[in-house]
Design a protein around this ligand. Structure first.
Ligand SMILES: C[S@@+](CC[C@H](N)C(=O)[O-])C[C@H]1O[C@@H](n2cnc3c(N)ncnc32)[C@H](O)[C@@H]1O
Length: 190
């Protein structure tokens, strides 16, 4: 947000949780009133907390949607966005779905906009592949956390032309880290 052009800014968050990565920053950010945000999260306890936080901070342009974030329909009217948060997602979905989600990021993010994403760095470390997938679609790496800090955070800036949003598409199935790990262990044992 610090480096975004003046005027109104759009932010979307997929699987937003309680929205803490955005709302706590936005609350006292100089651009707070320029930002329109849509947080999409399935768990009603999380959406209630996110709504409460946004309300308490007077962030009236934050829309919290209790819905399946994997469906493109929920981003209508908010894309291409200046900032796309895909945090806590890539460690919980299959590799195929990670690539599909990155592919659809070119419908979600405006030219010059940013995708901020996370992924754990346990084996198999998919961070290098995620960077390759973004770069193959016109995203340039702006920042990546160091290999050994115990987490993975990446920031990619979109240098391409956004594709029109295709409604009715499913980006991923949120399988969950534990299930994915169990499935991988079974495959290795077989
Ligand atoms: C690991 S947390 C990440 C939360 C937040 N983005 C963060 O980084 O702190 C994953 C979140 O995804 C939510 N979730 C799981 N499946 C979802 C789906 N299909 N649509 C929306 N949210 C989902 C969970 O309820 C949980 O809050």
């Amino acid at each position: 947000m610090d480096h975004s052009p003046s005027g109104s800014l759009r932010v979307i968050s997929l699987c937003a949780g309680q929205g803490r990565d955005l709302l706590e920053v936005l609350a006292d950010h100089p651009r707070r009133d320029d930002v329109r945000a849509r947080l999409v999260e399935l768990d009603a306890r999380n959406t209630a907390l996110a709504e409460e936080t946004a309300h308490a901070a007077g962030l009236h342009q934050v829309d919290v949607v209790a819905a399946d974030a994997s469906l493109t329909d929920h981003y209508r009217g908010m894309v291409p966005a200046d900032l796309v948060l895909v945090c806590g997602v890539f460690g919980n979905i299959t590799d195929e779905d990670i690539e599909r989600t990155i592919d659809i990021c070119s419908q979600l993010c405006r030219t010059g906009g940013t995708v901020l994403w996370t992924r754990h760095r346990e084996s198999p470390d998919r961070v290098p592949l995620i960077c390759e997938w973004f770069e193959a679609r016109g995203f340039e790496l702006q920042w990546l956390s160091e290999r050994d800090v115990g987490f993975g955070v990446g920031v990619h800036r979109f240098a391409g032309e956004p594709q029109p949003l295709v409604p009715g598409m499913r980006m991923f199935t949120f399988v969950g880290y534990d299930v994915l790990r169990g499935t991988r262990a079974q495959a290795e044992d077989a």
